[in-house]
Design a protein around this ligand. Structure first.
Ligand SMILES: CC(C)(COP(=O)(O)OP(=O)(O)OC[C@H]1O[C@@H](n2cnc3c(N)ncnc32)[C@H](O)[C@@H]1OP(=O)(O)O)[C@@H](O)C(=O)NCCC(=O)NCCS
Length: 162
């Protein structure tokens, strides 16, 4: 399993993993599958030196990815990034999510980051456990801020100083 920066050629696989999580209503606030084209500007906002998008590649198959994203984006927030981690269903519970998270924590200082944040649905138990297992703490609770199919969902903000 090789950890490397994603290239634009990886975007269809990255989006495919993302789209598999939509029906669960547990992971993402997108109610419908997204197109590769719609994620191009998101993809291009990543830079290996400050806001990387990493993938775990097993012989050409993308098993998982982790992205660093601006939090707000204004200058005072530059030392803080929001991360997202997605593992393809066939590769879950093998430690890949934790591996990516540990690597994000380890390499954060090189990326000039002091704080990592993750914003997850309060009922996303796998993510909460993954993040808390890696030393993230619950820093915020946003009740009923999301709504899909007429059902309201809470968000939890988790953070870790690095
Ligand atoms: C959350 C997710 C990234 C976990 O990835 P993973 O590679 O399966 O996780 P790991 O094998 O590294 O597990 C690490 C820890 O996370 C927790 N965990 C992972 N999956 C879990 C599950 N289904 N139920 C409960 N805890 C879970 C456990 O504490 C686990 O440690 P353990 O195996 O010693 O019990 C994966 O389920 C996923 O891609 N989910 C959809 C996307 C998502 O929700 N991303 C979070 C948005 S930031």
């Amino acid at each position: 399993m090789q950890l490397r920066d994603a290239t634009e050629a990886d975007l269809p696989a990255i989006v495919a993993i993302y789209n598999t999580t939509i029906p669960s209503r547990m992971v993402t606030a997108d109610p419908d599958p997204v197109s590769v084209e719609s994620k191009l500007s998101w993809f291009r906002a990543h830079t290996p030196d400050r806001r990387p998008l990493w993938i775990l590649d097993e012989d050409g198959t993308i098993a998982a990815w982790l992205s660093f994203n601006d939090f707000y984006g204004r200058p005072a927030y530059h030392p803080t990034a929001e991360i997202s981690v997605y593992v393809a269903e066939a590769y879950r519970r093998r430690g890949l999510g934790r591996q990516l998270l540990d690597e994000a924590i380890r390499r954060a200082p090189d990326l000039r980051l002091k704080t990592l944040l993750a914003i997850v649905f309060a009922h996303n138990e796998p993510s909460l456990r993954l993040l808390e297992g890696a030393g993230f703490q619950r820093w915020g609770f946003l009740p009923a801020v999301a709504e899909m199919d007429g059902i309201e969902y809470d968000d939890v903000i988790l953070g870790r100083r690095v």
